[in-house]
Design a protein around this ligand. Structure first.
Ligand code: IPE
Ligand code: IPE
Ligand code: MG
Length: 275
């Protein structure tokens, strides 16, 4: 199934509008929350909420690929989620396996590169194998980089990085004075990903719940009141439009940002004129 042939005219024109009028984030991170509450409100079991959540994953991944967003990171299972009832964990692992088996060929056909972050060795062996096969299959793809955060937590990754740095110092590969933010970042599992520009959380909760703690230092945060199973591409478009209206100052003042933007525009005009 080619994702670029199956769009409705209505959706194509919405995407065209976004492409023409918005500054797109390079990396979107999503905290997919609210599956359980969605299910309870529909008189269903939590399992059904997780199952329905997969439909939202499909739609959002496709929409990001169609918009040519380079990086999408989905927080699917936190280290803290291991504290949930074992029956729910079992269902989530089964659904992960189901998603990978069912989707990997279509992801591959559409040039998606799948990667994962998190303590993958904690996942059931069968899921680990499937995950590694999927990652290997799509390793050379050049479209959307889809990162699944599985058994992931930001603090876990920071501690893990610190341990690796300590080892390298002990073995003489690194000196303490050489540690900079860049060096530290290079020890994180997200080393090859740009920091997320936009972090979306669904279900109205206003917290990060241990997602990309180091990397989100200057991320724009967008909270949707919809539960994850109800969050679809139109909601993503709203989040991108909202992001695009924000002024990212990175500690500077507004006037500096405005003059930088102006200089950039002049540079672009000159570059075009030279051609
Ligand atoms: C998100 O939905 C899925 C995971 C955390 C795995 P939840 O299961 O957290 O749903 P709520 O927040 O209880 O509604
Ligand atoms: C965050 O959701 C983790 C994922 C979406 C995977 P949780 O439902 O686990 O977060 P809390 O417990 O409400 O903070
Ligand atoms: Mg939750």
């Amino acid at each position: 199934m080619n994702w670029y042939n199956e769009q409705t005219d209505n959706d194509l024109s919405k995407q065209q509008e976004i492409l023409q009028t918005c500054k797109l984030p390079k990396h979107i991170g999503i905290i997919m929350d609210g599956n359980g509450r969605w299910a309870i409100e529909h008189g269903l079991t939590r399992t059904e909420g997780h199952r329905q959540g997969i439909e939202s994953v499909r739609d959002i991944v496709k929409a990001c690929a169609q918009l040519k967003i380079p990086y999408l990171t989905l927080y699917a299972f936190s280290i803290e989620n291991w504290k949930r009832p074992s029956s729910e964990i079992g269902v989530l692992m089964q659904l992960l396996e189901y998603y990978l088996r069912k989707e990997i060929n279509e992801l591959h056909q559409n040039n998606v590169r799948l990667i994962s972050i998190g303590k993958i060795s904690s996942l059931p062996k069968k899921v680990q194998r499937l995950l590694f096969e999927s990652i290997e299959l799509t390793a050379n793809n050049t479209g959307l980089t889809l990162t699944l955060a599985l058994s992931y937590s930001g603090r876990w990754d920071i501690v893990r990085a610190t341990q690796m740095i300590a080892h390298d110092i002990r073995s003489g590969k690194l000196a303490p004075e050489e540690i900079t933010e860049e060096i530290f970042s290079s020890y994180l599992q997200t080393a090859h990903l740009p920091d997320p520009d936009l972090i979306i959380r669904t279900s109205g909760e206003m917290r990060l719940s241990n997602f990309l703690l180091w990397e989100s230092a200057y991320s724009e945060i967008y909270i949707s009141n919809k539960y994850w199973p109800d969050f679809r591409r139109e909601d993503l478009y709203e989040a991108i439009k909202d992001y695009s209206r924000r002024e990212r100052r990175f500690g500077k003042i507004s006037a500096q940002i405005q003059s930088e933007l102006q200089n950039m525009a002049v540079f672009e005009i000159n570059k075009k004129a030279e051609k």
